[in-house]
Design a protein around this ligand. Structure first.
Ligand code: ATP
Length: 810
């Protein structure tokens, strides 16, 4: 018996085997249902307040989660996990507060996985969980933990933080069950992505909740919440969590459980963290920092500065000084890829010094950081807590040093004390002090770009101090700015001006105005950002303003682009000086000003043209045919020689060939003579031809007249005009009296008349009444056999007017 072969070439599976598979699947489903029921049972039996839970195995968790935890080597719960997870499993809304590095991430990731597992969430159910983070770096980190612990679950999870085109993200979005996002970007999708909604959302998480709920994110978060269903579970976590009633109302939390595991602790910072401060005048801070780094080369250090400009200046100048430790820098205006790359390099580095803004102050879990140095005073005690929290994470030790100007000392210590932050004063050993002021001066002298960067850093620092709210700590009048500028190696103190009523929190937290591009729609905690300020007409401009505004900044841009990181984005607070160093997108010629080495891509628009593209906006502009027209120029006309080769109409002659033909003067003379002879010859011919034509015309006319007269004499009836009803009335009586210019002009100088005139010329000689009658008769007779001539007769009033006007002009 022949064996049946299926399409795939393999023998069909025996019926029994097929049934066997189905049976296995059914049994599996049955088992899952039983597991689920038992899980629900264990959760309902769980008393979160009384049960002592130490191990993850003590928790009623699903099998895939248990496996994920095991594979990630998590066995014992931290305090916040033990406090929050059982309550979250019982569907409570939670406000979680615990020290930095205490494991809050797992405290919300496990409830997310369990919630969807118990709801038997599938890809067809859409978005089930949303986790919001204030920064991209933190979102990426949360996503990594989710992937690690949730690896045995079948949910789909995605990261929505910008950096990719909205369209690209949108395509994948509709298939996601769990999303980790930044607020701005998520809102953009909920507003704009067709087919994507959060109507089914089961659980919402806010990490660094106090930051997300503060004024910088307020508008986006409120709008985002509008898209979410009210019946959902909400979890909020932070190391500096508050029970602000207004926040709870905004998120419509229902009887939330406040889990603050370290509330009664002696300090609000980790106990394994040693905290110190040094009083060092502002102008010596850079020296002190350099001395510190030189003394701790075998360490992993995070240095916080107040703005991206500060970060760049310190990073660039220290890089020139080569202290002997790998240096990195990170701030919110770098491109996303660069930021991720730097983050991962610092994560894996054993010894390194990272200069950063507050973009990494919250949540980032760099392993084994030895020191956190705060060169610029944090804006408040919460920021202090988050910054120092980058070290001494989980069970490891760490040390933190805060640099305070004498004017900042009293105010800041008071704030730290209020927050239960134990900090001790230390002094720098005299012999360890090191001044780099001379080196910086030399560098600024030799390198105008570093000087430029320094000036911008100086201004951004002064501005940040001016904008700070806590005037007990931040008082610009008490700072020696001249000494500070000198300490940075600047040749003079940049002049600064301030706007009244500026508010650091508002500016710092404000979403980037007008940033609709995909990669930049998210808000980042960074130095200073503000809407570009329009120059006022009567605004007083300092010499620095003028210097930065000048148009030939190429001398700066090329150097400047070289010294800053290639991938750095443009400045964030240029508006302060109304500096616009960015190339004008509409002016592709400005490409020549682009510094060599700048990371750019070339866009080929076909036809062999390649334009440089360094931004999405530019790329878009280049793809617009209309915009490109002005850069393509006019089409040039080519002529082809006998061999089929194309040539410009005017081609420059080879210089040697040109010289062989004689001197320029000789050539000119030759050309003139040739042209004169040609014109003379043409003149004679033209005149003869004109005369000949005139003669022919006259003879023709006379012949016609003779023919007409002989016709009249023979008494023939005048023919009817085609279309002419009233033969008594001469429609062109007015025109008959007009002189016909050039009628008998033998000279032939008169230009030929337009076609209609031909018709008049036939009546032109008629002056008297008798003549007029005879002319009428002539016209009639003419119309008899030559309809085409009559058709040239003006038919409407407009025709007549046009004709009369033409004749008068003539
Ligand atoms: N149960 C656990 N057992 C062992 N390690 C843990 C446990 N929970 C968390 N960790 C580790 O502790 C570190 C800090 O965790 P996490 O980043 O969640 O802290 P956090 O409280 O969110 O800190 P921050 O307030 O700075 O955001 C991480 O490296 C994490 O892997």
């Amino acid at each position: 018996m022949a064996t049946r072969v299926s399409n795939s070439g393999r023998p069909p599976k025996p019926k029994g085997q097929k049934h066997g598979k189905q049976e296995i699947r059914q049994q599996k489903r049955k088992r899952e249902q039983e597991d689920l029921q038992s899980l629900e049972g264990r959760i309902s039996d769980l008393d979160p307040k009384s049960t002592e839970i130490k191990l993850f195995s003590d928790l009623p968790l699903s099998h895939p989660t248990t496996l994920g935890l095991k594979a990630s080597h998590f066995t014992t719960l931290t305090d916040i996990q033990a406090g929050a997870i059982p309550l979250a499993l019982k569907n409570n809304d939670i406000l979680g507060a615990a020290k930095t590095g205490s494991g809050k991430t797992l405290a919300f990731i496990l409830p997310v996985l369990e919630k969807l597992y118990r709801a038997q969430w599938t890809e067809f159910d859409g978005l089930g969980a949303l986790i919001i983070s204030p920064t991209r770096e933190l979102a990426v980190q949360i996503f990594e933990v989710l992937r690690k612990v949730g690896r045995y679950h079948a949910f789909s999870a995605g990261l929505v933080i910008g950096g990719k085109s909205l369209k690209e993200e949108a395509e994948r979005l509709t298939r996601m069950n769990i999303l980790v996002c930044t607020p701005g970007r998520m809102l953009q999708h909920l507003d704009q992505t067709a087919g994507f909604d959060a109507d089914n959302l089961q659980i919402l998480v806010l990490d660094e909740a106090d930051r997300i709920m503060d004024m910088g994110f307020q508008r986006d978060v409120d709008a985002l919440v509008e898209h979410l269903p009210k019946t959902r579970q909400t979890l909020m976590f932070s190391a500096t969590q508050s029970k602000k009633v207004s926040d709870l109302a905004r998120l419509s939390l229902k009887d939330p459980e406040y889990v603050s595991v370290h509330e009664s602790a002696a300090s609000s910072t980790p106990s394994n963290l040693q905290q110190h401060y040094i009083v060092t005048p502002l102008h010596e801070k850079i020296d002190t920092l350099y001395g510190f780094i030189k003394a701790n080369l075998k360490s992993k250090i995070v240095v916080f500065l107040s703005s991206g400009k500060q970060v760049r200046f310190v990073y660039e100048s220290f890089r020139h000084l080569q202290p002997g430790i790998p240096l990195l820098h990170l701030h919110g205006r770098q491109k996303q890829l660069a930021r991720l790359e730097i983050t991962s390099r610092f994560t894996s580095a054993k010894y390194s010094c990272l200069f950063a803004t507050d973009v990494v102050a919250r949540g980032i879990d760099f392993p084994a950081v030895d020191w956190v140095i705060q060169v610029d005073c944090p804006e408040d005690s919460d920021t202090y807590i988050h910054r120092v929290g980058r070290t001494a994470r989980y069970q490891s030790n760490g040390r933190a040093v805060l640099f305070l100007d004498p004017s900042e000392e009293a105010g800041m210590l008071q704030r730290l004390e209020q927050k239960k932050i134990p900090i001790q004063k230390v002094n720098v050993k005299e012999k360890k002090k090191k001044s780099i002021q001379n080196s910086l001066q030399n560098m600024c002298f030799q390198n105008p770009d570093l000087k430029y960067l320094g000036q911008k850093a100086f201004i951004s620092y002064a501005r940040a101090i001016h904008l700070q709210r806590d005037k007990e700590i931040f008082n610009l009048d008490k700072l020696d700015l001249d000494a500070y500028a000198a300490g940075m190696g600047l040749p003079g103190t940049p002049q600064i001006k301030f706007q009244k009523g500026e508010d650091i929190k508002r500016i710092k937290n404000a979403p980037r105005a007008g940033m609709s591009s995909d990669s930049e729609s998210d808000m980042d905690v960074d130095g200073l950002k503000e809407k570009p300020k329009k120059k006022k007409k009567d605004e007083v401009r300092t010499k620095y303003d003028k210097m930065f505004e000048r148009t030939n900044q190429d001398v700066f841009s090329s150097h400047y682009s070289k010294i800053v990181d290639d991938q750095d984005d443009d400045d964030d607070d240029d508006d302060f000086l109304a500096v616009k160093r960015r190339l004008n997108d509409d002016d592709l010629d400005a490409e020549s000003r682009k510094a060599p080495g700048t990371v750019i891509k070339a866009l080929d628009l076909g036809g062999g043209e390649a334009y440089v593209v360094d931004s999405k906006r530019r790329e878009k502009a280049l793809k617009s045919k209309k915009k490109m027209l002005k850069f393509r120029g006019n089409a040039s006309k080519l002529v082809y020689d006998e061999d089929g080769n194309a040539h410009e109409i005017y081609e420059l002659q080879d210089e040697d060939d040109f010289k062989q033909e004689g001197t320029a003067e000789e050539l000119r003379q030759k050309f003139l003579e040739g042209e004169t002879a040609r014109v003379k010859e043409a003149d004679v011919d033209d005149k003869a031809l004109a005369k000949q034509k005139k003669r022919e015309k006259r003879e023709k006319r006379k012949a016609a007249e003779r023919a007409e007269l002989s016709a009249m004499d023979s008494g023939d009836e005048a023919p009817q005009l085609v279309g002419g009803d009233d033969q008594d009335e001469d429609p062109l009586a007015l025109l008959r009296s007009l002189p016909i210019a050039g009628e008998d002009d033998e000279s032939g100088d008169e230009p030929p008349r337009k076609k209609a005139k031909k018709w008049f010329q036939q009546d032109s000689d008629v002056e008297s009444d008798a003549d007029r009658k005879s002319a009428k008769a002539k016209k009639k007779s003419k119309g008899k056999g030559k309809v085409f001539e009559v058709q040239e007769e003006p038919e409407t009033l407009e025709d007549l007017e046009a004709l009369a006007t033409g004749l008068l002009d003539g």
